[in-house]
Design a protein around this ligand. Structure first.
Ligand SMILES: Nc1ncnc2c1ncn2[C@@H]1O[C@H](COP(=O)(O)OP(=O)(O)OP(=O)(O)O)[C@@H](O)[C@H]1O
Length: 350
């Protein structure tokens, strides 16, 4: 891979030790539970944090290492956070022109550059306004223009839509999509929609380590960690392969499709919550999978009820219609059969 960014860095005080590389032009989404180390990763790249050990390099140039630590203002990145940090005493245009000016461009050229970027985010008519008078969505657009005005080598985004009104998020997301085209970016998010619309590659950070890293389609098809499975909304069960197409979950067998499994080795099965039906009695003579499970909770989510179940100490979710739940008279503590067609289950070697 054409290596653009390489980071091998540890911050023991935060329980973080990360190793990853990013190619030029790659759009990477970074996901993980709260406190996993996602923002720490961006801070290491930005230079806001110096690794205790290890190195950060961009285009083969060391940014942080045993003998070097370039301060943030000597690195060329855009950093877009939840809240837009704009200078309150400067106009929108001067906020955006600030970066190019600080990098040596003359006043007129910097303002021209700023106007160009404001135009690209649909905010040119706001040029003379003060930041205080902007809506959240406008301020975020301006902060993106400000980030891009310095022609960043890398764009770092830390939950850029989290503080926005949901009504403006789609338009701002689509604008970010167009502004990221052809650039190298790392986007920290908790939203699967951001991942599929704004990234090609996904890095999962859990407990300060890279827990999964790969193309979104591949990771989604065979999620390797419980967090990732929940994130993309699929069930993930771990077991031991008992046949080329089946795993055992504490003695109960779950059959699925996939490359033949090696019997006796650990394997995993994934399936959608919508593929799970619930029966009070085991469906007789059926070739379908039926896992005896206990109901732990029921949660209404729009038009569906998410039924959480435990089977052999592992959690799975089923999506049912409210009428199906009422008909079954389900409540927490009930024992039921979770029925899943083998054709809806994907099995993989762990
Ligand atoms: N300024 C700080 N000083 C000391 N420890 C910190 C600081 N910021 C974060 N931490 C700790 O470092 C670890 C990683 O935090 P980080 O903010 O990188 O996680 P995150 O994955 O971005 O989480 P979230 O999704 O909640 O934003 C956590 O244990 C956190 O408590």
């Amino acid at each position: 891979m054409d290596e653009f960014l390489r980071l091998d860095a540890a911050v023991p005080a935060r329980g973080v030790e990360l190793s990853l590389h990013v190619a030029a032009g790659e759009r990477v989404a970074v996901v993980g539970p709260n406190g996993a180390g996602k923002s720490t990763l961006l801070q290491l790249i930005a230079g806001a944090l110096r690794p205790s050990t290890g190195t950060v390099s961009l285009r083969g140039r060391s940014l942080s290492g045993p003998d070097t630590h370039l301060p943030p203002h000597r690195r060329r990145f855009a950093y877009i956070e939840q809240r837009a940090w704009l200078f309150p005493h400067l106009s929108v245009l001067d906020n955006v022109a600030f970066g190019p000016r600080a990098r040596g461009l003359g006043k007129v050229a910097a303002r021209d550059r700023a106007a160009e970027e404001l135009d690209a985010v649909g905010c040119l008519e706001l040029a003379e306004r003060r930041p205080q008078s902007l809506s959240g969505g406008q301020a975020q657009r301006v902060s993106i223009a400000r980030g891009m005005a310095i022609d960043p080598e890398i764009v770092l985004l830390d939950e850029p839509f989290a503080a926005l009104d949901v009504s403006v998020t789609p338009a701002v997301r689509s604008m970010v999509h167009s502004r990221l085209a052809g650039r190298t970016s790392l986007l920290v998010t908790h939203d699967p929609l951001d991942v599929v619309t704004l990234a090609d590659r996904l890095i999962v950070i859990e407990q300060g380590r890279v827990a999964a890293d790969g193309l979104i389609d591949l990771l989604s098809a065979a999620p390797s960690t419980r967090f990732l499975a929940r994130f993309i909304g699929v069930n993930l069960l771990h077991g031991e392969a008992v046949a080329p197409d089946a795993i055992s979950l504490g003695g109960q067998h779950l059959r699925g499709l996939g490359d033949p499994l090696e019997v006796g080795r650990s394997a995993r099965a994934t399936f959608s919550p919508a593929a799970v039906a619930i029966h009070s009695e085991a469906p007789g003579g059926s070739p379908r999978n039926a896992l005896r499970s206990r109901v732990t909770s029921l949660e209404s989510r729009g038009a569906v009820v998410v039924v959480s179940l435990v089977v052999a100490g592992q959690h799975l979710h089923a999506e049912l219609t409210p009428s199906a739940v009422a008909e079954l008279g389900l409540s927490p503590g009930d024992w039921v059969h979770a029925v899943i067609k083998a054709t809806q289950v994907a099995v993989h070697q762990s």
